[in-house]
Design a protein around this ligand. Structure first.
Ligand code: ATP
Ligand code: MG
Length: 425
């Protein structure tokens, strides 16, 4: 035998023991999206690199150093998608979802790829769910997207563990004015900047505010306030959002250092953060990106959306919500011999037909009863069903709760389902 091949750095296998928390999240996502009229869109994992260069921007971590890019055999430059907003906008333009001022509410779910330093909550293949809306310029749709997120946290039992931060980046003109002031300020404090911030000072100074370097927290805290540079229209937009959220009972905090990593945002930006996941505390982030369609060659169209990090949310749910993250079988069939296995497979079929939500596992190998009961216990099933020669001859089945200390009972087959319903609930 040769050497065993292992997975690559920063990517993970999600094993059957852990899949339930993912399904729990995915099911709630589907239900909540459905209840707001958002429809799923699936775009390719592989896109032209140009798509991300043009949308995310050259001076970003993602494009500078995190993309998995390669030249195809015909010379095309391709990349694994590092995020999905650009692909959604590309697809919306390509398939006419933006024409005639129509409104589209879209969601997606899938893996993204960034060559980051792997650590807790930060992987090279990670999963995002996103919601995107095209065609609505006002703060109301931003509020709807935030309400949708809040409902999802409620369904997931996470409301007490995440908090909402909002900020406004204003219009492109507002940002240009603020940018100049910020460059002056940062230039006066250049000694306090790390190398990355020095490099970004003239290319993408807003990103300096987004630093995760604790040694720069002081210089960032003292920086001029972006909100002081908003024009009247931008102020109104931001006040509209806050009024709407307040009216709907959503609590939030204004965080003027919130700039988002990507270049294409304007007006409202927001994040939900948690204190439970160490330094990877942002579980969901979004904002308005009205300029993106134009950057990708179409006419300007309002766009706004958010993306949540599924890996982080699953970890958070597993930590604060462990009791809801279990997935245990209902019934384990203990089958004494070959004839009992055949009979048991048929019985299991009957049970699944009347109770399709139950998980029913048949012991399909000929083995001793003792070892089968051990397997039944190890499976965490609630109930064992037992078939041996005597039960088959009498048309009965043995039923034993694996949760309570009770004797095995023997019941006629046609009464079995009622007894099971009682035990399983
Ligand atoms: P961060 O500041 O944590 O690097 P980001 O600003 O790069 O996040 P976005 O591009 O806005 O993240 O992605 C939205 C969400 O996707 C993040 O809030 C986070 O929950 C999740 N996410 C981003 N990168 C990763 C990653 N490498 N591994 C796991 N989750 C991630
Ligand atoms: Mg990042």
């Amino acid at each position: 035998m040769g050497q065993v091949v292992k997975s690559i750095k920063g990517v993970r296998d999600i094993l059957p023991d852990n899949i339930h928390s993912w399904h729990f999240l995915e099911k709630n996502v589907r239900d909540v999206m459905h209840s707001y009229g958002y429809r799923e869109m699936r775009t390719p994992i592989l896109e032209k690199s140009e798509l991300f260069h043009r949308s995310i921007g050259e001076v970003t971590d993602i494009v500078e150093k995190e993309m998995y890019s390669f030249e195809d055999r015909n010379g095309d430059h391709l990349s694994l998608r590092p995020e999905n907003t650009a692909s959604c906008v590309r697809a919306a333009i390509q398939h006419g979802l933006l024409s005639n001022n129509q409104v589209s509410r879209i969601w997606y779910l899938g893996p993204m790829f960034r060559r980051e330093n792997p650590q807790r909550g930060r992987y090279r293949q990670f999963w995002q769910v996103g919601a995107e809306v095209y065609g609505l310029p006002g703060p109301y749709i931003e509020s709807e997207l935030i309400l949708l997120g809040e409902r999802l946290w409620r369904e997931l039992g996470l409301s007490d563990h995440v908090s909402l931060q909002v900020n406004s980046l204003g219009t492109a003109e507002d940002r240009a004015a603020y940018r100049a002031v910020l460059i002056d300020y940062l230039s006066d404090h250049v000694d306090e900047l790390d190398d990355e911030a020095k490099r970004r000072l003239h290319t993408n100074p807003l990103r300096v505010l987004d630093t995760k370097n604790p040694r720069m927290s002081n210089v960032v805290a003292q920086a001029p306030n972006m909100l002081d540079y908003l024009c009247d229209e931008s102020k109104q937009h931001f006040e509209g959002l806050q009024a709407c959220l307040t009216e709907c009972g959503i609590s939030f905090e204004i965080n003027t250092r919130l700039v988002r990593g990507l270049d294409y945002y304007s007006h409202t930006v927001f994040e939900w953060v948690t204190g439970h996941l160490g330094s990877q505390g942002t579980v969901c982030a979004g904002g308005r990106y009205d300029g993106l369609t134009e950057q990708l060659g179409a006419k300007p169209t309002p766009g706004v959306g958010w993306a949540l990090g599924m890996d982080r949310l699953v970890e958070l749910a597993a930590e604060v919500n462990a009791e809801r993250m279990v997935d245990e079988p209902d019934i384990y069939l203990v089958l004494a011999d070959q004839q009992a296995i055949v009979s048991g497979l048929a019985l299991a079929e009957q049970i699944r037909s009347v109770e399709p939500d139950w998980t029913v596992i048949s012991n399909c190998s000929v083995s001793g009863m003792k070892s089968q009961f051990k397997k039944a216990d190890r499976s965490n099933a609630k109930v064992a069903l037992i078939l041996a020669e005597a039960e088959i001859a009498a048309g009965t089945v043995g039923i034993k709760s694996l949760r309570e200390k009770a004797e095995q009972q023997t019941v006629p087959r046609d009464k079995a389902i009622d007894v099971l319903r009682n035990l399983i609930g």
